[in-house]
Design a protein around this ligand. Structure first.
Ligand code: ATP
Length: 220
């Protein structure tokens, strides 16, 4: 698979005129797991939402390959998948239904979609829990279902917003290893995190502080 490069150039985000991101620029090539770190309120979620076209920009541009991201639908069409903070799952559906629905919506044939969903849940250690309703799962298990949903989509660009905040130590390593594996298969993976170990396991690190970005380890 050949995923596109993600280019963020001069991105500013503001809420009611209050700046949350100031002139953020970086480029991430396929095959890279990039960590975005910084304290609570630093702008990490705002950056991921801006990249996936779900947050209007006050200034700047985001390109996936040579295509500008003009909105969320366009970002999805370009292969961008977001694992939102708080997981964004449908609690009244089972874990496997949550994973399979976006695949069916994307036109993957049913047999293949269920197979991909099962394999993705298995890889996150939730093979036994596929039939459980999401509301019956723990917060950490729900977070892993959200990761499985992104993995199953085999997205070109995966944006994971604090994907290990609720999971225990063993599963934290598993989730980071899975995201690394996605990068190794050629995806661009951008993960926001408070976890120094997850950041250390990444190929590159950018830090945000009050919306201003500094390069800790530059993406290659
Ligand atoms: N919908 C919103 N309306 C108004 N202000 C917002 C909104 N979303 C975020 N903000 C503000 O923008 C700033 C950055 O928030 P953001 O959620 O991007 O930070 P974060 O680094 O992801 O924080 P956390 O680690 O707590 O998730 C904060 O000051 C926050 O209060």
């Amino acid at each position: 698979m050949s995923a596109p490069t993600v280019r963020v150039e001069g991105v500013c985000v503001a809420y009611d005129g209050e700046p949350a991101l100031h002139d953020v620029s970086f480029t991430v090539h396929p095959g890279t797991l990039l960590a975005v770190t910084g304290p609570s309120g630093a702008g990490k979620s705002s950056l991921l939402w801006a990249i996936c076209g779900a947050q209007p920009l006050a200034a700047g541009t985001v390109h996936v390959g040579d295509q500008p991201v003009t909105g969320h639908e366009e970002a999805v069409r370009l292969g961008v998948s977001l694992v939102p903070q708080g997981n964004g799952l449908a609690t009244m559906l089972s874990a496997e239904e949550n994973v399979v629905v976006p695949l069916l919506a994307a036109g993957v044939p049913a047999g293949e979609a269920w197979e991909q969903a099962g394999a993705a849940l298995e890889s996150t250690g939730l093979g036994e829990s596929g039939r459980h309703l999401v509301e019956e799962l723990s917060g950490g298990q729900q977070q892993r279902v959200a990761v499985a949903r992104a993995l199953a989509q085999r997205a070109a660009v995966i944006l994971a917003d604090e994907p290990t905040s609720d999971v225990d130590a063993g599963n934290r390593e598993r989730v980071v290893a899975l995201l690394r594996a996605e990068a190794r298969r050629g995806a661009v993976v951008i993960m926001s995190t408070h976890d120094p170990e997850a950041a250390a396991a990444s190929d590159a690190e950018l830090a945000l502080h009050e919306g201003v970005m500094t390069v800790v380890r530059a993406p290659r």
